[in-house]
Design a protein around this ligand. Structure first.
Ligand SMILES: [Zn+2]
Length: 482
């Protein structure tokens, strides 16, 4: 007797291999057996999955869910999409290790206010998660900007050797308790003045922990190729895998340039471990920055501390309304966040279709008017780019959301902060991990079908169609109470 058996579903197992008909038995939070007909087994609960696609829970490889895991542990924005594991602490910003008695500088304010940065050690943050476990699994990165803010009194310069040592100790503590790597956000003010040598000195700690390096690069526009080279160099110097976050080329002048970046990434992959992720939209979203506006076709305000009623309105509209120029409007809205229309659809498609690209939402869960990628990334990949546009097969789409990131981030078993394993033997584009994938957490989210987990922007219509995905993951009881 096992806990759950899903009978007669069509399995897409996340390896990228073709779908097959099978029953799936779940015992506790593990897949106990997958077979053509598990007729000898009975389940405490049996679910008819015929006519449905059964797949492992999705991994959102690029999130800013550090605080959402604590403040909204049901994680509806992600659970409703079939996501069962999130990678937190991206773009140089993690909630820990840091305790603040002043306002967090942007972009740290995207994930919390002063009082939210209350975790002097990484272990304190993990303890908080243990005390009120969220509905999803999380694997946590340490943000380089978070380390800088905690150690340096002035951010507009390179860290001194003593500061690098202090940051290194904090990073080491985090790695020792299970952080899976370090992220940077070199584009942002708190880290912009960090030279490669500073990053490399810190990244050197990652190797012995089997951890990885992820980066929101210094430049995703005119100098994107230089930034790629800088990122690769960190990986080579430290001997660690590199994940290029939310890969894109921004601004009209750089439309089409993923035709240059992807071959460069591809060529480098032959020599060192490189991975990348992307979200399926032509608009980006982050804090409101004057210089970013120049490159955007349209700007929409997602939140504003000074003028919260403006969230959801276009910047042009706000300036017109106030009878001021854009500069004045921007200054008046600060601190604030925005959505920027600044990518080319052809680039977005080229990056998504690139075989090694993983899917990460980059959603901002605390924004008053969040970018739809928060609730819509995974249905948009499946419904729009897979089914309607035909960028890739359903098997490939699921692979980008499951098997590929599991290998990249070393998520062999379930567990909130599983230490990376076997990454060095992994083939980022490979499909050789069937056995391991079967150990994944599987459970069930019915997409929009029961409506319970779906929320605003979940784009349930995207699920409609012949192959309505049924996503299997571990935390079924938590996610659906029936
Ligand atoms: Zn970023």
């Amino acid at each position: 007797m096992v806990d759950i058996i899903l009978r007669g579903g069509t399995i897409i197992d996340g390896t990228g291999g073709p779908r097959f008909r099978a029953d799936v038995a779940i015992a506790g939070d593990r897949v106990a057996a997958v077979g053509p007909a598990l007729s000898k087994l009975t389940g405490a609960r049996e679910i008819d999955a015929s006519g449905k696609i059964v797949a492992p829970g999705f991994i959102d490889v690029h999130t800013h869910d550090d605080r959402a895991l604590l403040s909204a542990p049901e994680m509806a924005a992600k659970a409703s999409q079939g996501v069962t594991t999130v990678i937190t602490g991206n773009c140089g910003v993690s909630l820990a290790p840091l305790s603040l008695d002043r306002a967090p500088p942007p972009p740290l304010d995207l994930i919390g206010d002063t009082a939210d940065y209350a975790y002097p050690r990484f272990a304190d943050y993990l303890d908080a998660l243990d005390k009120s476990p969220p509905a999803l699994n999380a694997a946590c990165l340490v943000g380089h900007s978070t380390l800088r803010v905690g150690v340096m009194s002035e951010l507009a310069r390179a860290a001194r050797p003593d500061e690098i040592a202090a940051m290194g100790e904090r990073l080491q503590e985090a790695l020792d308790v299970g952080a899976i790597g370090m992220s940077t956000g070199l584009y942002y003010a708190p880290a912009f003045h960090a030279p490669p040598a500073e990053i490399e000195a810190l990244a050197a700690r990652l190797r012995s922990a089997g951890a990885i390096y992820t980066t929101h690069m210094r430049d995703e526009a005119e100098h994107v190729l230089d930034s790629l080279e800088e990122s690769f160099a960190v990986g080579r110097a430290a001997g660690v895998p590199v994940v290029i976050s939310h890969h894109k080329t921004t601004g009209v002048a750089n439309f089409g340039r993923t035709a240059e970046t992807l071959p460069k990434i591809s060529a480098t992959m032959a020599r060192q471990e490189i991975a990348l992720d992307a979200y399926p939209y032509i608009a980006s979203s982050t804090v409101l920055r004057r210089e970013r506006i120049e490159d955007a076709l349209k700007v929409l305000i997602t939140w504003s501390k000074a003028a919260p009623e403006q969230a959801g309105l276009e910047l042009d509209e706000i300036a017109r309304d106030w009878g001021v120029d854009i500069d004045t409007a921007v200054a008046r809205l600060q601190p604030a966040g925005a959505i920027y229309w600044m990518m080319d659809e052809a680039d977005v498609r080229r990056v998504l279709a690139f075989e090694p690209t993983m899917i990460g939402s980059d959603g901002l869960p605390h924004d008053a008017h969040p970018h739809p990628r928060l609730w819509g990334t995974f249905p948009r990949i499946l419904g729009h780019y897979c089914r309607e546009v035909g960028l890739f097969s359903l098997e490939q789409a699921v692979h980008k959301m499951t098997g590929l990131p599991a290998v990249c981030f070393g998520l062999a078993g379930r567990g909130r902060v599983d230490r990376p394993r076997d990454f060095r033997r992994a083939d980022p584009a490979g499909c050789r991990y069937r056995a391991r994938l079967r150990q994944w957490p599987w459970g069930m989210v019915r997409g929009q079908a029961d409506g319970r987990a779906a929320g605003p922007g979940a784009a349930p219509a995207d699920y409609a169609g012949r192959s309505e995905p049924v996503i299997l993951q571990a935390d079924e009881q938590r996610l659906s109470s029936d």
